[in-house]
Design a protein around this ligand. Structure first.
Ligand SMILES: CC(C)(COP(=O)(O)OP(=O)(O)OC[C@H]1O[C@@H](n2cnc3c(N)ncnc32)[C@H](O)[C@@H]1OP(=O)(O)O)[C@@H](O)C(=O)NCCC(=O)NCCS
Length: 196
């Protein structure tokens, strides 16, 4: 996959490469949440709390639980040239300039999202949910809580993205209010001609 190129679907270069025999090996998307409605976000958090989860920002001392959750969920992320997932060791987590928001069930971390503040624009680094706790609104809840956390800092635009095959990721972001604004193509060149 190292020779793959990732281009926006409306980039004329993508059209040129396709005409030259390159093929689309994966698709991905970028979505934005602009000027979010705090009431809608609070309702998503409340739903998780009503179901018995404690949704809150994580302290630095809780990052080992994040590393454990990421080690467990790593095989569930779809891998494409545009959505590579590095190993999330404790050392790497500590080195990130990120805020982490989690959903706890007792002493178990059931869900986490990591967001990287950047003034007005905040990007989600990733979101993951323990397999035993999926389809209960937890991804939407931690994402909503992360937006509520950063709104008071002046953040207004929240970005996220993922692989087109990741139906769960698209659905959780739509639930929070994210709108897909761009699509990306991962393109691979034609096999080079064999010379004898
Ligand atoms: C993607 C993921 C985070 C979703 O977590 P989740 O807690 O199950 O999602 P939620 O319960 O908050 O779902 C929110 C919405 O998405 C829908 N949804 C969740 N998973 C879905 C799936 N696999 N297919 C279709 N829809 C899905 C839910 O039905 C819900 O829709 P609704 O609001 O209409 O009811 C989880 O499957 C996961 O951890 N996957 C592995 C890591 C990953 O791919 N992360 C995303 C990329 S960073």
């Amino acid at each position: 996959m190292s020779d793959a190129r990732v281009l926006r679907s409306d980039d004329p270069e993508a059209e040129r490469l396709l005409a030259a025999g390159w093929t689309v090996v994966a698709e991905s998307w970028g979505a934005r949440l602009r000027d979010p409605d705090p009431d809608r976000l609070r309702a998503l958090v409340q739903r998780a709390e009503d179901a018995g989860y404690d949704v809150r920002p994580l302290a630095a001392g809780e990052l080992p639980a994040v590393a454990d959750l990421e080690a467990l969920t790593a095989p569930d992320y779809p891998l494409t040239p545009a959505t590579d997932v590095p190993e999330r060791t404790l050392v790497r987590l500590r080195a990130m300039d990120a805020r982490f928001v989690g959903a706890w069930r007792g002493r178990d971390l059931a869900a986490v999202t990591a967001v990287e503040p950047g003034g007005e624009l905040v990007e989600t680094a990733w979101t993951s949910v323990h397999p035993d706790h999926r389809r209960r609104g937890l991804a939407a809840a931690v994402k909503a809580a992360s937006v509520l956390l950063l709104l008071p800092t002046g953040a207004r635009v929240f970005g996220t993205g993922g692989a087109a095959v990741n139906a769960g990721s698209l659905a959780m972001n739509a639930a929070v209010g994210y709108v897909v604004e761009e699509r990306w193509l991962s393109l691979r060149p034609p096999p080079s001609s064999v010379t004898r």
